[in-house]
Ligand binder design. Structure first.
Ligand code: GLP
Length: 254
């Protein structure tokens, strides 16, 4: 089931998403949260930091697993996703360092690195709430358009489109790593609930495709149609190609 919440603008989207995450932690303080990078969740992370500073929320018992990491970047590399999460959220709240799990960007044995990440998620009892962004090509995590779905954590060659759109975070396109390690489609779908955020007109096609009625690995996000508990928080621009029933704002169920 997909629940759609359309907001007026990015700020409202960020507030709404932060409220949903806070509600999860209220219900279950030791929740396992799957976090995402990219520019879209930054506003939500700011809202969470503000709530923490106002002492409305504690992250003391939360465990985290991030979706993906660039291969070849160390944790302290300014463009690594680990560094991003520290900067945007983790270093500002009371999450415990030992409860933060990340797919490694540096490893000697790829199969082992991927398997250990899957094992760690299982040992933690699985992800309760997975945050997702969406790529302009419909990718989730770094599951790029492909002939088939790859189920578990794996190494992926990044699509040219992804390299181009992520170049804005690096000095130039040449500096964007060509490979990443990412949770697979089943690792993501195993989360008990999923919260996908999309903002801006350039995500409208990708968001529309989630409701195509077809599940196809060429548009990885279409698989979300099969999940029992997905909430999509999208601003008006990102929702602009959805049917009219979704345009009215508020909550719609698909
Ligand atoms: C990256 C991340 C994805 C993210 C996507 C969208 O490629 N691996 O997890 O959803 O970008 O990013 P943005 O929110 O910046 O558009």
């Amino acid at each position: 089931m997909i629940r759609v919440i359309v907001t007026e603008h990015y700020q409202e989207l960020s507030q709404k998403a932060a409220q949903l995450l806070a509600a999860q932690l209220q219900k279950k303080p030791d929740s396992v949260i799957g976090f995402a990078t990219g520019s879209t969740p930054i506003g939500m992370y700011k809202e969470l930091i503000n709530s923490y500073n106002r002492q409305e929320i504690s992250f003391d018992k939360m465990s985290t697993f991030n979706l993906d990491e660039y291969v070849g970047l160390t944790k302290d590399h300014p463009q690594s996703y680990y560094h991003f999460m520290q900067e945007q959220l983790f270093s500002h709240i009371n999450v415990r360092l030992e409860n933060i799990q990340f797919p490694p960007g540096i490893f000697t044995d790829a199969d082992r690195a991927c398997q250990s990440y899957e094992d760690a998620m299982k040992a933690a009892g699985g992800v309760d709430l997975q945050i997702l962004g969406i790529g302009v090509n419909g990718h989730i995590g770094f599951n790029e358009p492909d002939q088939q779905f790859t189920l578990y954590t794996h190494i992926v060659e990044l699509a040219q489109k992804t390299i181009e759109s992520n170049a804005r975070f690096f000095g130039s396109e040449d500096e964007v790593p060509r490979r990443a390690i990412t949770m697979g489609i089943k690792s993501i779908m195993d989360a008990r609930s999923i919260l996908l955020l999309a903002s801006d007109r350039n995500k409208a096609e990708a968001v529309q495709q989630i409701f195509s009625g077809k599940v196809e690995p060429q548009i990885p996000a279409t698989v979300l149609q099969l999940h029992p508990d997905v909430t999509l928080v999208v601003d008006r621009e990102a929702a602009s190609l959805l049917n009219e029933e979704f345009q009215t704002g508020g909550v719609c169920v698909w």
